[in-house]
Write a new protein. Structure first.
Length: 232
């Protein structure tokens, strides 16, 4: 047996290269929001604390995937072994009076690149079959066929949490029209409107000291006529 033939036989026995799917969160946005609402009372914390808030005793594989999902949505950041909520997460979990948590939820949804791309590609306000969405995810978003059902399920649940997707029936959903989100730092605050000073024309000031006792309508009428002539 020639060396070339042996080489071909070895290559044919190798396991096929495993296709890797593009990254996406392993849990939906609604579940992620429940976690950050529990974590909002903490400052920077160890990842073990976050894992426990998610129902895990240790930072294992499932906990790590959930931690990564929080980062996908830009809800948690990690530095020097500590985890802390992002400003976006605080706008959702503990918004100030002037902040809109619904706007923040949409921003978190669109932080996931394949979610944003799929949402923007499809028609709005019309029924879309989940099967068609899975095909688009595989053909255009580099989601593997095996991962596509899970991806679409997490995508739809996240869109519902963000107020962007509604279920039509078991097989179809509807993408809702939504206002375009402003770019970061592009929100313009209108200047305070200054009221123009009132145009009041002041006439001559007259000081009148009146001490009057009127015992008949005629005297009152005479007095008013005198007063009118003085003010004219």
């Amino acid at each position: 047996m020639t060396t070339e033939k042996v080489k071909r036989e070895k290559e044919s026995k190798r396991s096929p290269v495993r296709q890797k799917s593009i990254g996406y969160p392993s849990m939906d946005l609604g579940t992620a929001v429940e976690i950050i609402k529990k974590a909002v009372a903490y400052g920077p914390m160890d990842r073990t604390v976050v894992a426990q808030l998610m129902g895990h005793q240790v930072v294992s594989g499932p906990a790590l995937r959930k931690l990564a999902a929080l980062k996908h949505f830009n809800l948690m950041e990690y530095e020097k072994g500590k985890a802390s909520l992002t400003e976006l997460a605080k706008r959702i979990a503990s918004p100030l009076p002037e902040e809109d948590p619904k706007q923040a939820l949409m921003e978190a949804f669109f932080m996931v690149s394949p979610f944003k791309e799929l949402f923007e590609q499809c028609k709005k306000d019309t029924a879309l079959e989940r099967e068609a969405l899975r095909n688009i995810a595989v053909r255009q978003l580099e989601i593997t066929a095996k991962a596509a059902p899970e991806f679409i399920e997490i995508f739809v649940l996240s869109g519902k949490a963000a107020g962007l997707i509604e279920a039509v029936d078991e097989k179809s959903v509807c993408f809702l029209s939504q206002p375009s989100l402003p770019e970061k730092g592009a929100i313009e605050v209108p200047p305070l409107r200054k009221e123009a000073p009132s145009q009041v024309t002041e006439g001559p000031k007259v000081l009148i000291n009146v001490n009057l006792t009127v015992d008949s309508p005629e005297k009152l009428r005479d007095f008013l006529q005198v007063l009118k002539s003085e003010l004219a």
